[in-house]
Design a protein around this ligand. Structure first.
Ligand SMILES: [Zn+2]
Ligand SMILES: [Zn+2]
Length: 332
């Protein structure tokens, strides 16, 4: 069964992809579908004996350009639609044991190009409203394939969290005439409380004053840029530099390979200019770690209230991560 159903009580769509229950689950290293295909060995998803970055369609997609007809007949109250969209896998190294924190700045730079390239290609589908590159990293966040990789989802409309950002940005613009993210960049670039973690020339990384996870780091474009493809070469270099340092800092601070959720928020696509102009490119990185081996779970307040409770002050987390970045060995 593959379909999406509208929840009229929360004004959002929920996607069902029950075939995903059969997807490859924590395969052994020898059976890794993302490793290169070695001569004489079993064929993997990547028919090369070596690669730097590989992008391909997810074999167990939640959203598909050719979705099957829904099982459930929808009605006025609960509309049901085919789960249209695109799900791509982005493998950023052929080294099964590497991580995005360890592949080095040059490879991360290549990943930024791959993201931008795929963003443009997916946004060219007029039925797509939002493109979201993300990485789920580590068992603590439920990863089923250990080989380092990320994903890109292209949704038919703007999903709830970016839609909420768009509403907040519109309200801020109506009130002040300015972009809320540009104002945040200006606010945080003064670093009044030590929350900044890495200051690049085009990007600024810091624990936001409102961090939902104890060691959340957001990476904001300093300029008002909506999407990855709009970044020039110099800005892409800087994003790779800043991101590599933030991730190296996490591993240095926690003392192990940090699990995290990383998402790239951009302007919506195939929308009127006025709506697109509200978007401001930024990355959000949310590790579930609270320190001392403890994990943050989405519990009652977060799940039912949508209200996050955090037990580390951003003004404490910021300097800890900044120190760790300075100590960390950053791979070139
Ligand atoms: Zn592998
Ligand atoms: Zn802006």
């Amino acid at each position: 069964m593959s379909e999406r159903r509208y929840d009229p009580t929360h004004d959002e769509w929920v996607t069902f992809a029950t075939h995903r229950q059969d997807r490859t689950y924590k395969p052994s290293t020898a059976d890794c579908p993302l490793c290169p295909t070695h001569p004489g060995g079993p064929a993997t998803e990547v028919p090369r004996d070596h690669y730097e970055i590989a992008v391909f369609d997810n074999r167990f997609p939640s959203l598909s350009p050719t979705p099957p007809a829904p099982d459930l007949a929808g009605d006025d109250l609960v509309p049901v639609e085919p789960a249209y969209g695109h799900c791509e896998v982005v493998v950023f190294t052929d080294d099964h044991e590497a991580t995005l924190a360890s592949v080095g700045e040059r490879r991360v730079r290549l990943l930024v190009d791959a993201w931008a390239h795929r963003f443009r290609a997916l946004a060219a589908d007029p039925k797509i409203g939002y493109v979201l590159p993300f990485e789920n990293k580590g068992e603590a966040v439920g990863v089923t394939l250990h080989h380092p990789h990320g994903q890109i989802y292209a949704y038919p409309e703007v999903p709830p969290r970016p839609a909420r950002e768009q509403r907040a940005a519109r309200r801020h613009r109506e009130r002040t005439g300015r972009c809320v993210f540009c104002d945040v960049v200006e606010h945080e670039s003064k670093d009044p409380a030590g929350r900044l973690v890495v200051e690049g020339t085009h990007f600024l990384a810091g624990v936001p004053p409102w961090a939902r996870f104890p060691y959340e780091v957001d990476i904001w474009a300093r300029d008002h840029v909506g999407t990855l493809p709009e970044l020039d070469a110099e800005a892409r270099d800087d994003l790779a530099r800043v991101l590599t340092r933030v991730l190296a800092g996490y591993d240095e601070y926690f003392g192990f390979r940090t699990s995290y959720l990383l998402g790239v928020h951009s302007a919506p696509v195939n929308v009127p200019d006025d709506e697109r102009g509200l978007g401001h490119l930024h990355l959000e990185i949310c590790p579930p770690h609270r320190g001392g081996g403890k994990l943050k779970y989405l519990a009652g307040s977060e799940t039912f209230g949508g209200a996050f409770l955090t037990d580390v002050a951003p003004e404490v987390a910021g300097p800890r991560l900044r120190d760790a970045v300075e100590r960390a060995t950053v791979p070139a």
